[in-house]
Design a protein around this ligand. Structure first.
Ligand code: AMP
Length: 493
């Protein structure tokens, strides 16, 4: 038998060390201590075990709710695989995930269950319902000893470039992620709190294990969604808060005009580009509390990171970077011929380490394309500087090739956003008979095209300037808040 580890060990340790302290909170209300949470998860695990065998998939479709924490740990203790489903998806998209994963059961919140139940191919258990309550009558399961390669989580990607795929994350991968988070990004203790602001099915859910291991409170907003005012109030009500926020959520916090509560210790951001201008405004409003992660479902929240101290830099190139390789992860930028890129040279970002997924669920073709010789090909383009700071350009599919030159939309977007009358900007390529593609900018804001052109002439090379500016009320975004470039491209024909 090899070495054994189950993510349940993180809760075991918190319960042993901090048994009587508060563990799970709904808003300001304490629901369970660490000892109670452990016991609830083990009782739920033995109920799950009656109807499921190890390795079966158990889905969760819910807005953020306190029960999600006990459900994750119960599924792991039962040696089943958790399949969190983004609650903002259309019920038909949820059904696709249930079918693709072959889930045996889906735990759904009352809000989601109403729409999902008539379509669901599998049994729907109502979170918080009478049957759910009954599950805690079972005797606690014993804590399992699990082979680290056992699957723990099927992480359905956001599917901005196609249909959502299930990245297979093992106990080993999520343990590596946990350790790397504590080593590189944040070091909470039992006097700290994790506020779940982003969806627990994805961004925020990944943070549960590291904060549980250190005994930091798990706080779920009573509304179940991200409301900037509710979030700031909760930060003031709990000690030493940290939260993971997507860049658009940070913008909404800044827009409240409120000061950061003293107890707000750290905001970790990532999952999409944080433009330098927006980052500086956020730091001016809330102080030096930011850290950045760059990851993807296939290497959960762990490829590179820009630590809090790095944010003191006055160098925009550092602030615009995604930092350097995370502990336990090797990162390489490869040219098209497979050779390593020199500093400053752009290529595809690849990485390897225990944190990387074992493949895509039931999709050997996609797995072969993405995992090669032990390396994860991220599909993101980027370049290292000579000190190992990685700057992310764009997803390879988003690079615009105009007259044979590569133009990276992010650079143009960064420059556009420096104009005070530009609220949002998104740059894509439009087919063009003469140039192959031309740069087109979609703008939310009031600055005229000529004004933006003059603004860009001071900042970037001429050939990178958009040939057209299209003014829109808002940018199309998916349910993760990511801009849908393919939809914008489709508008251009
Ligand atoms: P997902 O798998 O849905 O988390 O999407 C991962 C993708 O989001 C990555 O491949 C990147 O393209 C993008 N992404 C993640 N973190 C960052 C970051 N810190 N800055 C810019 N883009 C990011």
């Amino acid at each position: 038998m090899g070495r054994q580890v189950n993510l349940f060990a993180t809760l075991d340790q918190a319960a042993a060390r901090f048994g009587d302290r508060g563990a799970v909170y709904r808003g300001e209300e304490q629901l369970h201590t660490w000892a109670e949470l452990r016991e609830r998860a083990l009782r739920l695990a033995s109920s799950l075990r009656r109807a499921h065998s190890p390795g079966q998939r158990i889905a969760i479709a819910s807005e953020n709710r306190a029960e999600i924490v006990e459900l994750f740990y119960a599924v792991w203790a039962a040696e089943c695989v958790v399949v969190p489903v983004n609650f903002k998806l259309h019920p038909r998209e949820m059904v696709q995930i249930l079918e693709d994963s072959g889930a045996a059961t889906v735990f759904a919140s009352p809000k989601i269950a109403t729409e999902l139940t008539p379509l669901s191919p599998v049994n729907v258990e109502l979170i918080g319902g009478p049957d759910y309550g009954q599950m805690f009558a079972a005797p606690p399961a014993t804590v399992p000893s699990t082979d680290p390669s056992t699957l723990a989580w099927l992480f359905y990607t956001s599917g901005t470039t196609g249909r959502s795929k299930g990245a297979m994350l093992s106990h080993r991968s999520l343990t590596a992620m946990t350790v790397a988070h504590l080593a590189d990004i944040d070091s909470p203790d039992e006097n700290c709190s994790l506020l779940h602001a982003a969806p627990m099915s994805h961004g925020s859910g990944l943070y549960i294990a590291p904060y549980v291991l250190r005994g930091a409170r798990q706080v779920v907003a009573a509304s179940g969604v991200f409301d900037p005012d509710e979030f700031l109030d909760l930060c003031a009500a709990h000690p030493g808060s940290s939260a993971f926020l997507a860049p658009t959520m940070i913008q909404r916090l800044v827009d409240t005009g409120r000061d950061a509560p003293a107890a707000l210790r750290m905001i970790v951001y990532g999952g999409g580009p944080m433009y330098v201008d927006g980052l500086k405004k956020a730091m001016a409003a809330f102080g030096p509390i930011f850290a950045q992660i760059y990851g993807q479902g296939e290497s959960p929240m762990t490829i590179t990171g820009l630590r809090r101290a790095d944010h003191d830099s006055t160098d925009d190139a550092i602030l615009g970077s995604v930092g350097y390789a995370r502990s336990g992860v090797e990162v390489a930028v490869l040219c098209e011929d497979g050779s390593h890129a020199d500093p400053g040279q752009i290529g595809e970002i690849t990485c390897r380490g225990d944190v990387v997924m074992s493949g895509y669920w039931n999709n050997p073709d996609a797995t072969r394309e993405t995992l090669r010789d032990g390396w994860l090909y991220t599909g993101d383009m980027g370049s290292f500087d000579s000190s190992g700071y990685l700057t992310l350009r764009d997803r390879s599919k988003d690079v615009v090739i105009s007259g044979g030159s590569n133009i990276y939309p992010r650079e143009v977007e960064e420059a556009l956003l420096e104009h005070p009358d530009v609220a949002e900007a998104c740059v894509v390529g439009a087919p063009d008979p003469e140039w192959g593609e031309v740069v087109v900018a979609f703008i939310v804001g009031s600055a005229a095209g000529e004004v933006l052109d003059a603004h860009l002439l001071d900042r970037i090379a001429r050939f990178k300037r958009p040939k057209r500016y299209l003014f829109v009320d808002d940018l199309p975004k998916n349910s993760y808040g990511k801009v849908l470039k393919r939809e914008l491209r489709a508008r251009l024909g």
